[in-house]
Design a protein around this ligand. Sequence first.
Ligand code: PGA
Length: 250
Amino acid sequence: MSRLKMVAGNWKMNKTLQEGVALAAQLKEDVKNPSCAVVIGTPFIHLATVAELLKDSPIKVAAENCADKEKGAFTGEVSAEMVRSTGATYCILGHSERRAYYHEDYEILKNKVELALANGLDVIFCIGEVKEERESGKQNEVVQAQLDGSVFHLSAGQWKHITLAYEPVWAIGTGLTATPSQAQDMHAFIRSLVADKYGAEAAEATTILYGGSCNEKNAAELFACPDIDGGLIGGAALVAEKFEAIIAAR
Ligand code: PGA
C-alpha cells in the first residue's frame, strides 16, 4: 500500500501577517502540482487569510496548536473549532517547544488531539527525545511513552487522521540533523509500535515525517529512507525557495 507523502512547514512565531501572506502567495504561485501533500503551519492570526488565499491551491493550512478545552472562559486561547472555522484543515500538536516551554503533558495533549479530531482537523503529532535521553539510549522508550500517553487510545477510525512527526529535540533549530540511519531506525521502530496497536495495514498507511534541521540540502537523503515519508520543516519553511526545494526532493 502506498501511503501519503508530505512536506509540512512550521512557521513557529515568525512573520507578521503581511509577511506570512506574501510567503503563502509565493508558494501558491510556485507549488501548483506537487508530488506530495504540502501543508503550512502558521500562527493563529494568519490562518483565515492564508486559508482563503490557498483555497484553490493544493497547499493545506495547519494551526501550530489549539486549546485543550472546548470553549468558554479561557482568555487568550484558541479552540479547535475556531481553527477549523478559518478553513485550516490540520493542527500540529505535541511540538517539543509546546511540551518544554508551555508544559504540555500527555494528558493535555490527549485532550487537544481529541478536540482537534472532533472538529474535523487532521493532526500532525510530534514526538521525540531530548539529547540526554538519546545519550543514555532511552529514545525508544521516550517516544513510546509519548504515543501511549496521548494518541494510542484513539480508535482505528480516528487514527486515519493522525500523521506522526519524529523530531529529535536535539536536532530542532540546531543544524544538527539526525543521520538518515538514526532517523530511519526510529521511524521503523515507531511504525512497529503502530503495527502492534492498530495492525500492520494501518502501520503501513501511517505517514511519519522527520523534523529537526531538515533542509534543502539533506532532505533527499532523509526522504530516500523507506520509513521516512516526508518532513516537518521549521527554519527552511520560512524561505519560499528552500521550502520548495524540499518539496521537490519529496
Ligand atoms: P527546524 O524545526 O527545521 O528549524 O529544526 C523543525 C520543527 O521544529 O518542526
